[in-house]
Design a protein around this ligand. Structure first.
Ligand code: SF4
Ligand code: SF4
Length: 410
């Protein structure tokens, strides 16, 4: 199946000379603010983009020494490096990618070495790499592969992908001393500057707490949005210890929902959701997947503007009610132990979101294909659904999973 790419528009951007593209990086290794302002103005004058929105908010990224844009460029679906260059021109200086996102690391690497000092780059090792038995050498090899794919000789932050996911292992996965040893060794060797962990799984809070309490971790990347609850204490702890917090999954399911009837002031519900996120304490930046030039403009337009208008607050209330019985929350595990077949309910419902709301059909289907038939949603057909009684949000889990099975089967 072809991945949808409905709104990509290259517009005038590709017509510009490469020399006109300047980063607005405010990192420690970036240009001075004055130099950034001057060169950006020149680029805009040449390109006719004076009216384009610019990042207005920069925040400390934990103790890394970087001030990063309040929106980071999530690179899960980028078709061409020019989109990233466009985002950098708009002032974005945080880029997130992962080894698991097909060739996305390679696409990011195409803008290097030219723009290497303009962005803070985080990438995630393959989720399956980190196990209770993994060796220092195997992790080092994973870091080396990402370095090569990214076309760089250092990664700003290298992450364990998906802690707190029981499908990948329990706490002993991150308690394996080889994990932090490998990252610290890579740091000493100059291959990485910082290391961290991402998560949206049921045990993410437990695992983030353990990593912050017991290792020299520098950054956590939790799935967090209007619908999630319970993360506040671990985020506050991270902040106190100088561990950077990069939120992800912040749009929950908003991508394809038409909320125009609630948003009569020219903004989108996505912008309202992100403004809500900007107002949350202890968040350093928000990594958000940007697929088109319009996405970049839409998000950058509200940079530095955490204040919701009364209409936006009303819209979010309506949106929250709409999602309440439909959205499986990151970090929740209430129903999982009820399933006699160990169906990874949270994962399959997330794949369904990728398929139906994120335009990532191929990716969703490939993730689903990775599940054994013994624990995929085919099991739900002949089950009375004991999981449903345990969902505090009253999700119709069985019918959602059955539907997901027919959508995601290749
Ligand atoms: S409906 Fe599906 S997920 Fe729920 S208990 Fe039955 S098999 Fe497990
Ligand atoms: S289906 Fe409900 S109980 Fe189960 S993980 Fe999702 S939100 Fe939690």
């Amino acid at each position: 199946m072809k991945v949808k790419d409905e709104r990509i528009s290259r517009r005038s951007f590709l017509g510009r000379g490469a020399a006109s593209i300047v980063g607005a990086g405010l990192g420690i290794s970036g240009l001075t603010a004055c130099a950034v302002a001057q060169s950006t103005t020149t680029a805009e004058a040449e390109s006719g983009d004076e009216d384009k929105p610019k990042i207005k908010g920069y925040r400390d990224l934990g103790k890394t020494g970087w001030k990063v844009s309040d929106f980071g460029f999530g690179n899960a679906m980028m078709q061409e490096p020019s989109l990233l260059e466009y985002a950098i021109e708009r002032g974005i200086n945080y880029v997130d990618t992962a080894r698991q996102y097909y060739d996305m690391e390679v696409v990011v690497g195409k803008i290097f070495p030219a723009k290497r000092d303009k962005v803070f780059v985080s990438t995630k090792l393959l989720p399956e790499l980190i196990t209770a038995e993994v060796s220092v050498d195997d992790i080092t090899k994973g870091i080396d592969e990402s370095l090569e794919r990214l076309n760089t000789d250092y990664i700003d932050c290298c992450l364990i992908h998906s802690v707190g996911d029981p499908n990948l292992g329990e706490l002993d996965r991150i308690k394996n001393p080889n994990v932090s040893e490998a990252f610290e060794k890579a740091r000493k060797a100059g291959k990485i500057k910082f290391w961290g962990a991402s998560a949206h799984g049921p045990k993410m809070i437990r695992d983030f707490n353990w990593l912050i309490d017991n290792t020299g971790i520098d950054l956590i990347m939790p799935g967090m949005n209007l619908m999630t609850r319970g993360l506040e204490p671990v985020l506050a702890k991270a902040k106190k210890k100088g561990v950077a917090v990069v939120a992800m999954k912040s749009l929950s399911a908003a991508r394809k929902i038409d909320y125009s009837k609630y948003m009569k002031e020219g903004r989108t519900v996505r912008q309202a959701l992100l403004k809500w996120m900007l107002a949350q304490p202890d968040i350093d930046t928000i990594s958000i997947t940007m697929r088109t030039y319009e996405d970049v403009d839409e998000y950058v337009a509200i940079s530095g503007r955490p204040n919701l208008t009364p209409k936006e607050k009303k819209a979010l209330k309506g949106y929250g009610m709409l999602l309440d019985c439909d959205y499986c929350r990151p970090g929740c595990d209430h129903c999982l132990h009820a399933c006699p077949h160990n169906v990874p309910i949270h994962d399959i419902l997330r794949y369904r979101l990728y398929f139906n709301n994120y335009g990532r059909e191929k990716y969703a289907m490939s993730l689903y294909a990775g599940l054994s038939e013994k624990c995929n949603a085919s099991q739900c057909r002949s089950c009375i659904g004991p999981c449903e009684a345990l969902c505090p949000h009253h999700l119709a889990i069985r019918s959602k999973l059955t539907q997901a099975h027919s959508e995601l089967m290749i």
